[in-house]
Design a protein around this ligand. Structure first.
Ligand code: PXL
Length: 267
């Protein structure tokens, strides 16, 4: 039987990140995906590829979740990506209360270029207060880990593990804190912590260039694997393999960054 996963995320028009990435990742892993879009991001080629950002009306976010759940029932797992504004975050928080979804994987996308700095702080606080406590799994990158853990600097694996524990202590059962290549280990390194097990997840780095959509792919692959019944640690290991394949087989275009492509994983 095909399992169903839902992504609540932003659209990113070039197809490298956001909801488009989530759907491709779900599909590649054999999971039926549906989406509730929270915002529309269009990179601006005339302005250093900055993010043009348009939020979706909160009532329309609610309608999309209602429609997807009405058609397919409760998703086996739910991924939450970019939310973008306090109003959007409130709408998603209310939906989480209404539906009591199992297996909520939160990629805590904090800052989007092109947003006003003042708005970003409100957004960070709303995400931390309203959505983070309702997540089963969260996958912050290094910057998001620092912000959510409330620590200034993370330059070692021990400091990353400590920060993951601090986020876990805020009520998130499973934290996957991602350093990627940024600790200079020559690997792409993340810390998994579930309150008992602390694991360093490490794969050889595929270069150090930032490839758009790697974080979305990781969280979407974790969501798909959990939806199929995998334990979270196994899901995280598989997800890292999916990200490696998606970077190795990336889509090159005319922007200064490449886009992940999941379509070769497992072939
Ligand atoms: O990769 C973070 C991200 C998530 N969601 C949307 C995005 C981006 C980055 O561009 O546009 C919609």
């Amino acid at each position: 039987m095909t399992v169903f996963a839902l992504s609540i995320a932003g659209s990113e028009a070039s197809g490298g990140a956001g909801a488009q990435t989530d759907l491709k990742t779900f599909h590649q892993l054999g999971v039926f995906g549906a989406t509730a879009l929270t915002c529309i991001v269009s990179f601006d080629p005339a302005n250093d590829w900055g993010h043009r950002f348009v939020p979706i009306d909160p009532s329309v976010i609610h309608d999309q979740i209602e429609a997807a759940v009405a058609v397919h029932g409760t998703p086996a797992a739910l991924k939450i990506g970019m939310l973008g504004t306090p109003a959007t975050i409130e709408a998603v928080s209310a939906a989480l209360d209404d539906y009591d979804f199992p297996n909520v994987v939160l990629d805590p996308v904090l800052i989007c270029k092109g947003q006003e700095p003042g708005a970003a702080l409100d957004t960070d606080n709303a995400l931390r207060d309203l959505v983070l406590p309702k997540a089963t799994v969260t996958t912050p990158n290094l910057f998001e880990t620092r912000t959510l853990a409330g620590v200034d600097d993370i330059t070692t694996v021990d400091a990353l593990a400590d920060a993951a524990k601090r986020i876990h202590d805020q009520g998130v059962p499973i934290v996957i804190a991602k350093a990627g290549t940024l600790l200079g280990t020559g690997t792409a390194l993340d810390v998994y912590y579930d309150g008992e097990t602390l694991e360093i997840l490490e794969v050889p780095a595929v270069g150090t260039e930032r490839v758009s959509g790697a974080g979305c792919t990781l969280a979407a692959a974790i969501t798909a694997e959990i939806a199929k019944g995998a334990p979270a640690l196994d899901a995280a290991r598989t997800a890292k393999d999916v990200v490696v394949s998606s970077i190795e087989n990336r889509m090159r275009g005319n922007a200064p960054f490449d886009c992940v492509y999941q379509g070769h994983y497992g072939r």
